[in-house]
Design a protein around this ligand. Structure first.
Ligand code: PTJ
Length: 245
């Protein structure tokens, strides 16, 4: 593996690529995951590879939703597992959330490899392998979830989700937090809280907000949730991309 000098102007971006490549090599990331990452990078470049203000507001609203939830769940796919395994576990701890492996291209082998990978990073209980429930409106393989995980969650974080499943989950009435660099994607459009930011920055940022809000009372959390408007956030992200604002 080539060493990337930290002084390289695109150091972060190159490091991220290596993580995804490695994810493919060890069998956790799908080959389509490479394409998805490339698409994400293009948007990140246009956003200036930074967390824009509206994405930070969204991250705070996401944290407030998590803290108010009865049963929050973080959905993990092959890209998420390769890019931010430890960060997802830290968020689950800060937000009191479950972790569930949920794949677009589901194979038993990749499900198990990802669950093992998360356990190696310190996750205690990884859901997703039981698959005893379904999201209505999707074909069988893509609908599978755990009844005591996403099946019964009231708040779900779905990073880098495909549009169909994002829409089907929000149709179930769940509060859906989506992390997606493309503000025009159907997932971002379907979300109660679209976080238009790189997952590399977004997950630690939601964790930071959750820790800050740990002792906040419910009325403050409700106020944060209610003052967040998804349409406004998506418009702000689009402006940032088009005009660099
Ligand atoms: O591991 P699996 O089988 O569950 O498959 C996962 C992928 C991501 C391959 C699958 O869900 C897929 O094909 O997704 P899409 O339809 O390519 O959508 C991925 C979305 O995530 C796109 O809108 C990208 O812009 C966005 N994206 C990609 N990389 C990042 C990102 N958003 C935030 N951070 C990233 N690093």
């Amino acid at each position: 593996e080539t060493e990337i000098p930290e002084s390289h102007p695109r150091y972060e971006s190159l490091l991220t690529r290596h993580r995804i490549e490695h994810g493919v090599d060890i069998g956790i990331t799908s080959r389509q995951g490479l394409i998805a990452q490339g698409r994400g990078e293009a948007y990140d470049y246009l956003l200036g590879e930074r967390t824009i203000e509206s994405a930070d507001d969204a991250a705070r609203a996401a944290a407030a939703h998590f803290l108010l939830a009865d049963h929050p769940v973080i959905s993990v796919n092959g890209n998420v597992a390769a890019l931010v395994p430890g960060e997802v576990i830290a968020l689950a701890e800060a937000a009191g959330a479950d972790i569930e492996v949920n794949l677009f291209n589901r194979t038993r082998e990749r499900m198990e490899t990802i669950a093992d990978h998360l356990s190696e990073h310190g996750a205690e209980d990884v859901k997703g392998l039981t698959a005893d429930s379904e999201i209505p409106g999707l074909d069988h393989a893509r609908a599978k979830v755990d009844a005591d995980g996403i099946g019964s969650a009231d708040v779900v974080l779905v990073p880098l989700e495909d549009g169909d499943r994002a829409q089907a989950l929000s149709a179930m009435g769940k509060v859906e937090v989506v992390i997606d660099l493309n503000p025009l994607s159907r997932s971002a459009q379907a979300a109660s809280v679209p976080v238009v930011d790189n997952i590399i920055r977004a997950v630690p940022n939601i964790t930071r907000h959750a820790r800050e809000l740990q002792d906040a009372d419910e009325s403050e959390l409700h106020a944060i949730v209610e003052s967040f408007d998804p349409e406004t956030a998506l418009e702000a992200a689009e402006r940032a991309i088009r005009r660099g604002e």
